[in-house]
Design a binder for this molecule. Sequence first.
Ligand SMILES: [Zn+2]
Length: 342
Amino acid sequence: MSARGCSSLALFALLLLASCQSAPRGNELVLSSAAELLAAPQRTREYAARGTRTIVLRVEDRDDGASLAVAARAIRDANLRLGFWLEVARSPSLANAQPALLASLQGHEEWRTRIADAPEPGAEEVVKLWPWVPILTREGYDAQLERIAARLRTLPPADELWLHGLQGAPSACGCGHPLCRWAADYHLRDARHPTRIPSGTPHGPDAAARFVEAVRALAPDAELIPVWVAECAEDDALCHGVPCYEGRCWPALAEQWAPIVAGSERLAVFVPSRSVGLPLDAARVQRELASLATIERANAPRIAIDPKRLIAVVEEPLELSGAHMVAECELEQSWEPRVWQR
Ligand SMILES: [Zn+2]
């Protein structure tokens, strides 16, 4: 090789090294809002150059259709796969239109320790979790399916639809744990809770699986990926003394999760951190995935699946060995107690 050839080769190697250093390899899956993606027009191509293969766009009530369509076009133009993250349970628009469907807090009272000036309901009143409308009641299910169907009609066709919010609202049993999601109308029959003011008709433990199938029928060309929020852990102390972990929580979760596992090949597990004020590291993610991949509880369906079917969804970049999606945008998980009259 000539001296000139050698020096061009050296220059090429240097340039390659420089480009590797300036653009570290990104994750294959990225979750973004349309607003953040469109704020910097070159961002989509930067993701593609760094190895991203799919960009999933968040679709919450606050994300407007016109921006989503422009962002979707940019993703397609960069030859990337397009996904939408459809937020189901948490919907301010539906909550305001049909507040009767909001999940209720009629169970344990420990959630009050987390909230200053928590309202006290009267005899004919109930505390509800604005703006969470779970699909665990028949009425909530029907209203949410109608809302999601209407939203899908405004969106361009996607390769993947990630369905999030298939469980109950945060603090479902009243324990105050932001990841307690297994109930929608948990109630205790005791002196303090003599009556029940339901949000709707219980819709069965397979409501989430049926919802996934119903959305799949609306978009048969897209892959449907159910997103499950990691539940409480035995040692996280966020149940505030309520024995949910050893009580009804995990058996009920397994009853809802088993039909989801049977109906979809790829499943996502959202491990919230920033949005709920919990610390995150790789060990916690692995623990949450393992606890949903294998469930062995009395009075609950036994679950044993290949952990490779699970995709972790995290809110901050982490070194993880398995498939995972990093959320570059906020995933709102907040709620507030509101008194509702019967
Ligand atoms: Zn709980």
